[in-house]
Design a protein around this ligand. Sequence first.
Ligand code: APR
Ligand code: ZN
Ligand code: ZN
Length: 356
Amino acid sequence: MTSRVRGVIARGKGEPVEVTTVLVPDPGPGEALVAVQACGVCHTDLHYREGGIGDDYPYLLGHEAAGVVEAVGDGVTSVTPGDFVILNWRAVCGECRACRRGRPWYCFATHNAQQKMTLEDGTVLSPALGIGAFVDKTLVAAGQCTKVDPAVPPEVAGLLGCGVMAGLGAAINTAPVTRGDSVAVIGCGGVGDAAILGARLAGARTIIGVDIDPRKLELAQQFGATHVINSRETDPVERIQELTGGNGADVVIEAIGRPETYLQAFYGRDLAGTVVLVGVPTPDMRLEAPLLDFFGRGGALKSSWYGDCLPERDFPMLTDLYLLDKFVSEIIALDQVEAAFAKMERGEVLRSVVKL
Ligand code: APR
Ligand code: ZN
Ligand code: ZN
């Protein structure tokens, strides 16, 4: 039986989002119907609203979510009704070229099972990142549901579904940071702070947070930064070198996605150090630097997609660590997503989380 529920949609480029009725069909083969309990407000939702990702309006927004499986379709054995799950936007398929080569964190299988949720007039909704979770119930591929400990509050667990996992994974999986490393993180929003936490969990000795906003530097220290740099006042490259015995950091994680901060990361690392780009640039951005420096400084320049995570391996481990509640800046209702976008743009929050 089709469920009639409330959801947050973006109807057109730049238009304020609205709460409306969404029709969600029962799960078909390989699918799961999930009662969403909480969903974080992520920059990617705002990018969908602003037309930065595509033109497939209307979008059903929301993708950092946790909830309870309500029903499953034929052939689903990985989850059963009642399971508490985090939704992931990249279920590992096990069959694509990346999976077969043993690099499942690059799995590029897409899930179209969910393109079945509609408005009351039959208009098909495009769910953000193949999830669509600012809604009481959502329909996903069963592989997008990762079972975790139900003792973890949903507003905390859901954050692992995107931004917090991206930052943690940039440090733990992509770099990877190891015991005793010096690490600098440029940009201390939700993603950067998660990278700081990841560096701490991995045993880094020196962790340097860099931001232009003093409020963010304060938070960075709460997540484990041993030093902070206000890069509006102090040259971050020089200061990172000073704090690392003149060498630069073993690992520098760029968590903004801008050419000038990427170059700070590039020059802020030790010879043969590692740069991890987890911030997402826009298509117009260009990098200009002497090619000789790329040769002469050696090391590794990496990017981190979704923290190179494997949901089944990483989500249960990280929820057990239980250190994530500080990322929740505020709990809001379904009709407050537009206001949350404004707070996000003013830099007032790490994460606003919708509780359903
Ligand atoms: N130098 C230093 N810090 C900066 C600069 C700059 N030039 N510009 C912005 N910042 C800081 C902001 O003050 C903020 O604290 O970067 C941080 C960005 O954080 P958020 O806006 O909260 O974004 P977040 O959710 O952390 O995502 C960061 O990662 O996954 C990607 O798409 C995401 O590109 C985005 C990035
Ligand atoms: Zn695959
Ligand atoms: Zn996201």
